[in-house]
Design a protein around this ligand. Sequence first.
Ligand SMILES: C=CC1=C(C)c2cc3[nH]c(cc4nc(cc5[nH]c(cc1n2)c(C)c5CCC(=O)O)C(CCC(=O)O)=C4C)c(C)c3C=C
Ligand SMILES: [Fe+2]
Ligand SMILES: [Fe+2]
Length: 325
Amino acid sequence: MNQPTGKKTGILIVNLGSPASPKTADVRRFLREFLGDPRVVNIPRLIWWLILNLFILPFRPRKSAHAYQSIWTEQGSPLVVFTRDLSAKLKARYGHEGLFFDYAMRYGQPKLSDKLQAFKQQQVDEIIVLPLYPQYSSTTTASIFDVFAAELASWRHIPSLRFISDYYRQPAYINAVADSIRLHWQNHGQAELLLMSFHGLPAKLTELGDPYFYHSQATALAIAKALGLADNQWQLVFQSRFGRAEWLQPYCVEVLGNLPKQGIKHIDVVCPGFAVDCLETLEEIALTNQDIFLQAGGESYRYIPALNDSDIHAEVIFQLTIPAQ
Ligand SMILES: C=CC1=C(C)c2cc3[nH]c(cc4nc(cc5[nH]c(cc1n2)c(C)c5CCC(=O)O)C(CCC(=O)O)=C4C)c(C)c3C=C
Ligand SMILES: [Fe+2]
Ligand SMILES: [Fe+2]
């Protein structure tokens, strides 16, 4: 393993972030920051500013706050708590006087810039940033890069840097997800179909060069292959459509509504694009979409959790970020 050499490395895992609380005012503050990011919604600023302030921020926060309330825990938002606990596990297992682990959020708290400042105080020689998005997207990964670069722009002494832009091809990640699915099958049995659901994106981003669609396809194929699944035993879908534009297809909710008509009534659902469980998996996939499937005539629907703060996830991340000697 990595022995102390006098060199200091700081490893920062970064996730999307959550509102400070599931109250409407905090959700509004969060959505303003998130949806105001030009990486997330890339249309002319003035037009978007009007749409956001007139049609979205007066209404959406109340609806989203209800959704957040249904998954909020005593410790806070699942996304933040799992990310924090994963970081604590990395620190406990792999940290030493030359290797620091910490976590930050792109929106909300804790801030990426504060954590980079802390590494500066510790006089690290190298900073490794791992966005917790296995598949690269301009809307997520690049947005983290923007904040990372903006913070460093004011530093006099830039240390060595590594920004990990994706990890969907890494065998450690693919095998960890495949193992978690196999374990679920050992405990609960294997359903007729494994649905692999990824967060969606506006479809036009693919034409503009965002590789997320291909990264998602490659991930689903690799997991299906690792599990030895035949083509009719799994399907890839995209969830969480936002707004009226065309998003990546097939849409999760449409597929869920059609499967029972095609005679498929028992499904397992996994979300390999989410490193930790969050609103989009715990509320949308595990609650809302389960209802859609059962209402359409489905009989059993099981959500397979994300890797979260498991030992295996910490090991995957350590392998991805292991610093050069
Ligand atoms: C234009 C809108 C959005 C794009 C593009 C988008 C891409 C995208 N998002 C994730 C991961 C997450 N998104 C989450 C919540 C969330 N996403 C959007 C909109 C877009 N996402 C909204 C408005 C929200 C907030 C909730 C709501 O009002 O519906 C989350 C969960 C955060 C949490 O606190 O739990 C995650 C994670 C990815 C990976 C992605 C592109 C690949
Ligand atoms: Fe999202
Ligand atoms: Fe959603």
